[in-house]
Design a protein around this ligand. Structure first.
Ligand code: ADP
Ligand code: MG
Length: 390
């Protein structure tokens, strides 16, 4: 047995006991799906563009049992309240509140896709930090989607399950996010990033080779919380739609650098900068994937830096804490750093030579302390396997 298998078995045992304690009977099985870090390609997914995320060694795990009726009971170690209970026959998206909208949304979207879902009891635990930009939401959706697909014998493919998760987030949670997070969680493979074309949904693994190059990927969770269902995220998405319409293309994916002078002439300044971020970000993703293959991860630092500047100045989704994390990491040995995820808070990532990791960590902690900011969490993540049954 590998270390991962042993840890997985121990976790499954603990979770099975917690499930029995909560519901008074045994679970049918335990399923797990990881959070993700986006290496590069931010806000490009809903513009039909390309992204390069990887699944991480932090996961959400669910114990589930099918019921003979149509009742759903949901409990999470993360939420102190009693289990949320509802009936699948009377469920409507607008009645799902809070965290239960994620698992309820997955069940609802499976039914809309023609799969009859039985009632079920479900208990969740997770070590993906919540609201930190590492997609605890997709981890939860994908763990539930895989569990229900297995339990119903629906046998949906991984890309289909990712899309069920996205639709739950869009239609039931109400967050207009793209397909990236769920794809990373479903399609991740060890030591690789997932190159995903969000137009035709083709994907392939890109070896990252971090360990071979003596690099670590550090996450700096700024503890600044974000909310994608409201505000900035939706506004950015609307700007992209407007930019594409005015420029006469189906999606910003259809533009390249040669189109930018025309875009500058006919768009207002803000919309132009939103468009420029998407166009240049798609190019950076393609170049990053290419460089990883030909030269390895030591060659991609400049692209990560450029991506951060573009998000800070053009797309304007960074915040002072994320900028501080990125600048401090870079000044203390990181070869490249950027905010990751939807923005307005959450986490930054830094590629750091193993020997400099302690220095980067203490410099970031000191930089936040001196400004009286919340203590950030700084930890390494490994590119890991996607969702699975334990
Ligand atoms: P992120 O995906 O970056 O972590 P989101 O705001 O998209 O942040 O998703 C976080 C939300 O997902 C939480 O507020 C909660 O509703 C739900 N969630 C995530 N993990 C869990 C969990 N383990 N138990 C219950 N709800 C969870
Ligand atoms: Mg999320």
């Amino acid at each position: 047995m590998t270390t991962t298998d042993t840890a997985g078995t121990a976790l499954a045992d603990t979770l099975t006991r917690a499930f029995a304690g909560h519901f008074g009977h045994d679970a049918d099985g335990v399923w797990q799906a990881p959070g993700r870090v986006n290496l590069i390609g931010e806000h490009t997914d809903y513009n039909d563009g390309i992204v390069l995320p990887f699944a991480i060694n932090r996961s959400t795990t669910v114990a589930v049992s099918a019921r003979a009726d149509r009742t759903v009971r949901l409990a999470s170690a993360f939420v102190a309240a009693d289990p949320v209970e509802f009936d699948l026959d009377t469920f409507a998206p607008d009645q799902a509140a809070g965290w239960s909208a994620y698992p309820a949304g997955v069940a609802w979207e499976l039914e809309r896709a023609g799969i009859t879902v039985p009632g079920f009891d479900l208990y969740v635990t997770s070590d993906v930090p919540v609201g930190a930009g590492l997609s605890s939401s997709a981890a939860l959706e994908c763990a539930v989607a895989l569990a229900l697909s297995d339990l119903t014998g629906a046998g949906l493919g991984r890309a289909e399950l990712a899309d069920i998760g996205r639709r739950a987030e869009n239609n039931v949670v109400g967050a207009p996010t793209g397909i990236m997070d769920q794809s990373a969680s479903m399609l991740g493979t060890r030591d690789c990033a997932v190159y995903l074309d969000c137009r035709d949904l083709s994907s392939h693994p890109v070896p990252l080779g971090l360990a071979e190059s003596g690099l670590l990927c550090l996450v700096i969770d700024t503890k600044v919380s974000h909310a994608h269902a409201t505000g900035g995220y939706a506004e950015r998405r609307a700007s992209c739609v407007r930019g594409a319409r005015v420029l006469g293309v189906g999606a910003l994916r259809d533009l390249d650098a040669a189109d930018l002078p025309r875009a500058a002439r006919i768009l207002d300044d803000v919309t132009f900068r939103r468009v420029r971020h998407i166009v240049t970000e798609n190019e950076r993703v393609a170049r990053t994937a290419e460089l990883l293959t030909t030269h390895g991860p030591l060659a991609i630092g400049d692209l990560l830096d450029a991506s951060h500047r573009s998000m800070r100045d053009d797309f304007e989704i960074s915040c002072p804490e994320l900028n501080l994390a990125v600048d401090t990491a870079r000044a203390n040995g990181a070869i490249g750093a950027r905010m990751t995820g939807g923005g307005f808070g959450g986490s930054a990532i830094a590629l750091v030579p193993v020997d400099d990791a302690d220095q980067v960590r203490s410099a970031v902690l000191a930089g936040f302390a001196v400004r009286g900011l919340q203590v950030p969490d700084v930890f390494a993540v490994l590119p890991a396997e996607g969702a699975r049954r334990l």
